[in-house]
Write a protein that binds this ligand. Structure first.
Ligand code: C2O
Ligand code: CU
Ligand code: CU
Length: 503
């Protein structure tokens, strides 16, 4: 039954893909192989936890070495097992998970072993501007950069990735990304699965375009910049259609959409519900039961999944991810590995999510659009300029920001390009560094419960408008805001905030 649904869906999406993404000439891999090519079963890779040493200043020191690597991706479309040139942190592809506790003094030492500059940004982390790892903290080839800060935010799932202006998309695509887990008293006290790799599992989802020899390279054509690179495979922690052998009744998945420009709709193939317990910046007030969730690039949700005790390797629970750019992927199989160990019943209350207090002192507006015949990607009509400060925002001031995806009235929730006056109906997102915000409204309505917690990235489909409540409370200095569709970000859809001390 659901196979047929998928095929129909695929057909529809293939037409849409043909219309909107003619740019991917490199891909000759059969597109209909996508949902069916189930090799099903290599074990889900779990990124290792990064080791720390303690230095004389009492800081936990983590070393991240950026290097070139090569890795094969069995099950990929095309020739399959050929080794692909990749980039990784401390390895060939992706990086270790950095697990921090609130209150820790940490020092992250990043060594750039590439022959080109890059940066490493701690997405979602509330750190001093000079430790942020954005476009201003360039690490030249062969150099080392150190970010020192005290972990001062609540428990959350964050991540790290390069952020060099103009090169972010390629660096991430080739493999530079990793997860950060922050624990605090609350996350330790709540009875939630928290054994890393056993019942607390990171899932980095990344759509990729494999070519006919089973490799992938970063070669976006102009339409790919606008629409995103339609892929033909979904990597889950760097593997294709892996399987997870569950040993416990309840599993917590920390889901990150690490794709460049794909919006992923994640669900179980048979509609099994799951409970969302956390969004980008930490716990929700209480678990929200859902059957599907959308993640734009950079967004995270933590979910609890009740493992079906009857699931087996040959008849697993199937987590799917449907990309707005291509089709539906079988992301992960989950099966009961023998008798499941009992898990504690999850709490009904998680954290208190207090509204950012008023009064609202300032309102700002950010219009995201593509301008002119060439489709220049702009925010408030401007493209990114490292020497321009776009907004000056005082610390400890509550503000309401209205963000609009100005698609020229052509969009709705569809994806077809070619709007009026050179505007294009493509989704965007809005991400801010140095702060976690709250979504006040989406198209004038209160956000759904799973978007009502702490966020650092919010999705805007064409013609949507979102109001966020923002209050920088931690650090002064320059912080970025941008569309997190990396092709858009690299092509100008980014601006700079100077957070200043309040007078
Ligand atoms: Cu995930 Cu400005 O970054
Ligand atoms: Cu960020
Ligand atoms: Cu965008």
């Amino acid at each position: 039954m659901h196979r047929r649904t998928i095929s129909l869906l695929l057909l529809t999406l293939l037409v849409a893909t043909a219309l909107t993404a003619q740019g991917s000439q490199d891909s000759q891999a059969p597109r209909d192989a996508r949902a069916e090519s189930g090799t099903g079963g290599s074990p889900l890779p779990i990124p290792p936890l990064a080791d720390a040493t303690t230095n004389g200043a009492g800081e936990l020191v983590y070393d991240l070495d950026i290097r070139e690597g090569s890795q094969s991706f069995p099950g990929a479309p095309g020739a399959g097992a050929r080794a692909v040139e990749t980039l990784g942190y401390n390895g060939d592809f992706l990086g270790p998970t950095i697990r921090l506790s609130r209150g820790d003094a940490v020092r992250l030492r990043v060594t750039n072993g590439l022959d080109e500059p890059t940066t490493t940004h701690w997405h979602g982390a509330l750190v001093p501007a000079e430790a942020d790892g954005g476009p201003h903290q360039i690490i030249e080839a062969g150099e080392r950069w150190e970010a020192a800060f005290t972990v001062s935010q609540p428990a959350a799932t964050l991540w790290y990735h390069p952020h060099l202006d103009g090169e972010t998309a390629r660096h991430v695509y080739m493999g530079l990304a990793g997860m950060i887990i922050v624990d605090d008293e609350m996350s330790e006290r709540l009875e939630l699965p928290n054994r890393y790799g056993r019942d607390d599992i990171p899932l980095i989802l990344q759509e990729r375009e494999f070519d006919r020899d089973g490799g992938f390279a970063y070669r976006p054509a102009m339409p790919d910049v606008m629409h995103g690179i339609a892929g033909n495979a979904l990597l889950v922690n760097g593997a294709i259609e892996p399987a997870f052998a569950a040993r416990d009744e309840l599993v917590r998945l920390r889901v990150l959409n690490g794709s460049n420009s794909s919006v992923l709709r994640v669900s179980f193939a048979d509609g099994t519900p799951f409970r969302i317990i956390a969004s980008d910046g930490g716990f929700l007030a209480s678990p929200v039961e859902m059957t599907q969730m959308d993640l734009s690039p950079g967004e995270r949700f933590e979910i609890l999944v009740a493992v079906d005790p009857r699931s087996t390797p040959s008849d697993p629970m199937v987590l799917e991810a449907q990309s707005n750019l291509s089709g539906s992927y079988r992301a992960l199989s989950i099966y009961a590995d023998g008798q499941l160990a009992a898990s504690a019943a999850p709490p009904q209350r998680l954290a208190e999510v207090l509204p950012i207090p008023g009064p609202v002192i300032e309102r700002r507006s950010f219009v995201m659009s593509t301008m002119g015949p060439s489709g220049t990607l702009t925010i408030n009509g401007e493209t990114m300029d490292m020497s321009r400060i776009d907004e000056r925002v005082p610390l400890d001031q509550t503000e309401l920001w209205t963000i609009e995806n100005a698609a020229g009235g052509m969009g709705g929730r569809g994806r077809m390009g070619g709007g009026m006056g050179g505007m294009m109906a493509v989704p965007h997102s809005f991400h801010v560094h140095g702060v976690q915000f709250q979504v006040e409204s989406i198209n004038g309505r209160r956000p759904p419960a799973h978007l009502a917690g702490w966020k650092d990235t919010v999705l805007l489909w064409p013609d949507e408008s979102v109001v966020i409540r923002v209050r920088f409370a931690d650090h002064t200095g320059i912080f970025m805001y941008h569309c997190h569709f990396l092709e858009h970000e690299d092509n100008g859809m980014m601006g700079q905030i100077m957070v200043v001390a309040r007078e």
